[in-house]
Design a protein around this ligand. Structure first.
Ligand SMILES: Nc1nc2c(c(=O)[nH]1)N[C@H]1C(S)=C(S)[C@@H](COP(=O)(O)O)O[C@H]1N2
Ligand SMILES: [Mo]
Length: 540
């Protein structure tokens, strides 16, 4: 049979059959991950890739996902981008397994000996690799190692065995055409159809049940009982007479609309009962504190804070404002009494992320806080439960979520994203955005029609002293500013534009608290955050 002119199954049929079996495998793995809590290898593999591939490539991938979501208008970015990332992770694993399956068929075509043994062996080997990757890169599994080991190895072994079982059933007919051959062809077609049906059913049932049970899981959170602060309270600037233009984004970002950026396909799950903040290194009094101790031992403070990702392009969605609750890091430092040679704190996190912060800076700036609640609720898992840090005037990349440890060290070194080529300080660049040109809210004053424009401006902890709007080549005109919620948040502005029909270009710029105009040079997000003006062209 080896001298048959064309290898059979050919690569297309090999790939098709591998695809069917791999889809079924992934669906079953997904279902088990949702129901039992075993690792889902595609996500673990993606976590590994995100950490070992060069920073530029990873950022490129993330940007690609974000811009795809935005340009296809796939809806609200915070969850859609994560969903896109998970889909990509699954496709990568699917492609890898289809590649391996196709390769196996090609190998068996050339050397049809010991097909089952090779299939089982390759399957089990992939299972072992998946297990090792999960040990290092999975932060969500809730099942014991031994169960994960048995499950992953068995699942991939069965996949390999299935490939080996299918292979001889796809073998070509004898070289001489005969009655029996055409029967065999029909047989094979029948077999393929049945295999396709079985794997499709398994895939559908697995993903369907998995989706249902994951939805069930996200609602049974311990936070259901607590009530969001914003439901019962007014913002500190609620008495302002400033009229917000309709279509301006909410001044306090609803929790479910706040952007989410991190290096994880799924956020790490930290169990409060076993979690402790470990503070050690060059200190006189190393401590380990539970979440409850953190809540009660240190005076709680609330700060309204705007957080932005350094990957936020001009007028992007990776920026949000929330009410953060926690305590000044300063108080914890005073309790542990650092040695004189302790220069920095190395902050580590449950997902392997890390950053360094200067001890002097944390002692000097009481706004630097360790935070355990947003909007009066325990931090959501996605936003860093149980503990995250806040540093004024820095982009999010300097501010770890899911903190597990703080070690006092003699040097300030480069943190996770700095090692990957991003700005060492990651200071926020001033930015301003037109959210709305509210034609529907046009009004008359002294015989002139006005169309209000509205949006936000943000310059980190520098504050905003002015916002200016320019229409076409006209002069920069002053906008009206709303008192910000706090001096750490963005500022909402409005400008009543004397309307004239036609095609116009609207531009906005801001001046920070010290009167410095925002950087108007268009710059990409990497390495130091985007700069440049937001312009909107509109026919009105
Ligand atoms: N442990 C950990 N902390 C992290 C990150 C991360 O990947 N892991 N990402 C950082 C980045 S790049 C940003 S922009 C902010 C985003 O916080 P959010 O997802 O709550 O909006 O978290 C920061 N903290
Ligand atoms: Mo970020």
């Amino acid at each position: 049979m080896n001298d048959h002119p064309k290898p059979f199954p050919d690569w297309r049929m090999s790939a098709l059959v591998s695809l069917m079996l791999t889809a079924a495998l992934l669906a079953v793995l997904w279902l088990a991950a949702q129901v039992v809590g075993t690792p889902f290898p595609p996500f673990d593999l993606f976590n590994l890739l995100a950490r070992v591939l060069p920073g530029g490539l990873v950022t490129f991938g993330i940007d690609l996902i974000v811009s795809t979501v935005v340009s296809l208008n796939l809806g609200e970015l915070s969850s859609t981008a994560k969903f896109a990332q998970q889909t990509l992770a699954t496709l990568i694993m699917l492609a890898a397994c289809v590649g391996i399956g196709t390769g196996l068929f090609a190998y068996w075509n050339s050397r049809s000996k010991s097909v089952p043994a090779v299939g089982w062996g390759v399957g089990a080997a992939i299972g072992v690799v998946a297990l090792v990757i999960s040990v290092y890169f999975n932060t969500t599994t809730t099942t014991p190692f031994i169960l994960n080991a048995v499950w992953l190895i068995a699942a991939f072994l069965i996949w390999g065995a299935a490939l080996a079982w299918v292979y001889p059933r796809l073998r070509p007919p004898a070289p001489e055409p005969s009655e029996a051959d055409s029967l065999q062809v029909i047989d094979r077609r029948n077999f393929l159809v049945r295999l396709g049906g079985a794997t499709a059913a398994l895939t559908l049932v697995g993903t369907g049940l998995g989706a249902i049970s994951s939805r069930g899981r996200s609602t049974d959170s311990a936070q259901a009982a607590a009530r969001a602060w914003s439901l019962d309270n007014r913002l500190p600037n609620a008495d302002s007479t400033f009229q917000v233009v309709s279509g301006t984004r909410p001044e306090l970002t609803p929790l479910d609309q706040h952007y989410r950026i991190d290096i994880n396909t799924l956020p790490p799950i930290v169990h409060e009962e076993s979690w402790k903040l470990v503070v050690n290194g060059l200190v006189e009094n190393p401590v380990e504190l539970t979440l409850n101790e953190l809540r009660t031992n240190f005076p709680a403070v609330d700060q309204f804070i705007t957080l932005s990702c350094i990957s936020n392009y001009v007028a992007g969605e990776l920026i949000g404002t929330q009410r953060w609750t926690g305590f000044a890091l300063k108080h914890l430092i005073e309790q542990v009494k650092p040695a004189p040679e302790a220069i920095a704190i190395h902050i580590t996190a449950a997902d392997g992320f890390d950053e360094y912060i200067s001890v002097i800076e944390a002692l000097r700036d009481e706004r630097i806080m360790l935070c355990y609640a947003w909007d009066g609720l325990p931090l959501e898992i996605e936003h860093g439960f149980p503990l995250r840090i806040y540093l004024p005037n820095r982009y999010g990349m300097k501010q770890p979520k899911w903190i597990t440890g703080m070690e006092f060290v003699p040097f300030e070194e480069e943190g996770y994203w700095v090692r990957r080529g991003w700005d060492e300080l990651a200071l926020v660049n001033a930015t301003s955005v037109i959210d709305t040109i509210a034609v529907e809210a046009a009004f008359d004053r002294d015989g002139q029609q006005f169309v209000p424009l509205g949006g936000i401006a943000y310059a980190g902890s520098q504050g905003i002293s002015a916002v200016e709007v320019k229409v076409d080549d006209g002069p920069w005109e002053l906008a009206e500013l709303r008192e910000p919620i706090s001096d750490l948040t963005w500022t909402v502005w409005r400008y009543d534009w004397p309307f004239s029909a036609g095609q116009h270009t609207f531009s906005v710029r801001c001046l920070d608290g010290r009167g410095r105009t925002q950087d108007e040079t268009p710059r990409d997000v990497r390495p130091s955050g985007s700069t440049g003006l937001h312009r909107v062209r509109r026919q009105v």
